[in-house]
Design a binder for this molecule. Sequence first.
Ligand code: F6P
Length: 498
Amino acid sequence: MSLQSQFASENTHAALDIVLDTAYQGINAGNWAKLFADARKSQLEQFIVDMFAGKRINKSEDRPALHSALRNLSKRPVLINGTDVMPAVSEVWHRIEALCNKWVGVTDVIHIGIGGSDFGPRLAIEALAHAPGIESRGMRMHFVANIDTAELARVLTWAHPHSTRVIVVSKSFTTLETSMNAKAVVAWLKDSGCSNSQVAHAIYAVTANVTAAKEFGINEDHIFPFWDWVGGRYSVWSAVGLPIALQYGFETFQQFLAGAEAMDLHFKNTPLEKNLPVIMALALFHQQERHDIRAYAAIPYADALDWFPRWLQQLDMESNGKSIDRDGKPVKHSCPVVFGSAGSNAQHSYFQLLHQGTEIIPIDFIAVREPMSNRPEAKAHHRILLSNCLAQAQALANGKTASNPNDVYPGKRPSNLLLLPKLNAFYLGALLALYENRTATLGALWNINSFDQPGVEYGKVLAKPIEQALTSHQNDIVASANIDAVTAARINLLNSNN
Ligand code: F6P
């Protein structure tokens, strides 16, 4: 029996006018009941309460994970060690609003940051660029993340130094890429004739390490703080999201927070059976248990969301890509590889494998009811975009028989459809918060701490002696404690070409 005929209606859920349709997951009522029961057994409900209450659920770093406080527009008290964090959060909101009013005549903003200090604002700036009803305030918003100077060179070609503002964004303020790019931009401003006081006037910081930002030379009143209880990849709701307010206005930024807050309230207050982030997490959890899946794809049928899969990759894989649980024991499963890009482009790339490859790869199809432009052809194009989205899901679920093996589609390839009514700041905020809460739910189901990232450190440590060896220009480097024979040979290869 085809998947959809059996499960069509009981698999449609809605919150904030966002519809989640899990009909093509092929999960029957009995499976769902067991999944919800298992979720309850793994104390998911208590985990959600603890997360919003500011309990120290990030045990390895002994911290709460309270990014929800950053979008708590109603300012309900949120206590850490008995102190309400909302006054400090609101003060940053006021400062963001004041900055929006102050930056008149600015032609270019260079946002320097990487990972969680880059993906969120970059995604939001892209996603809202053509959103109906959102006016751009006309600054050119540039992002510099990579240590590769190609990105820097591209940005500095466009920017006008005397009317540029620079925002250095780093939770730790110790990230090498960010500090080197910031130094390069300061040098560019000076080389372009800006005086020391003009540079000081132009440069701002967003960080949880105010001391380091001051040591870098940034004036204290140009530093927007955030806090160690906000994970970098969950930080777009803080002043990390400044570009959204600067480019589209403070009200738009507030709308973005409002969408996320509404999704948080849904996640916090809705029974598991109707809870969108929980249902999405359980569907993936189930497919992994059933098919031992190694990857899943997120395909937004909205060009404006082309950055969304990259943002999601860090969110999910840095949060849950771990081999041990919260008690240090090995886990059976953790985060599958996440990939994706905008449809329909994606169809012309890796959909061959999704349809006929040997792996089962669950998919989140994300669609938007309304077109994202006012072009005369927008409606006609949008119908084709949506038709493609629906057709791909159907083909993947039902498959196709044929006498020629080349034309056989095995089918039974699960997917969700997530349908947004429109893509404005509110729904973008709701979408990102939906996925954040889904990631946290998956962490709870796998018993993984979703809020630390110890696995990113070792490579950074090893890069230091290698960089020294490259700086030496010697091509007789031999293996040592931190450089093995393969890497020593590669260094020698690079140095021999210098
Ligand atoms: O190296 C990974 C990481 O620590 C991410 O977790 C983080 O988002 C990124 O680097 C940037 O860190 P920071 O904001 O401290 O510069």
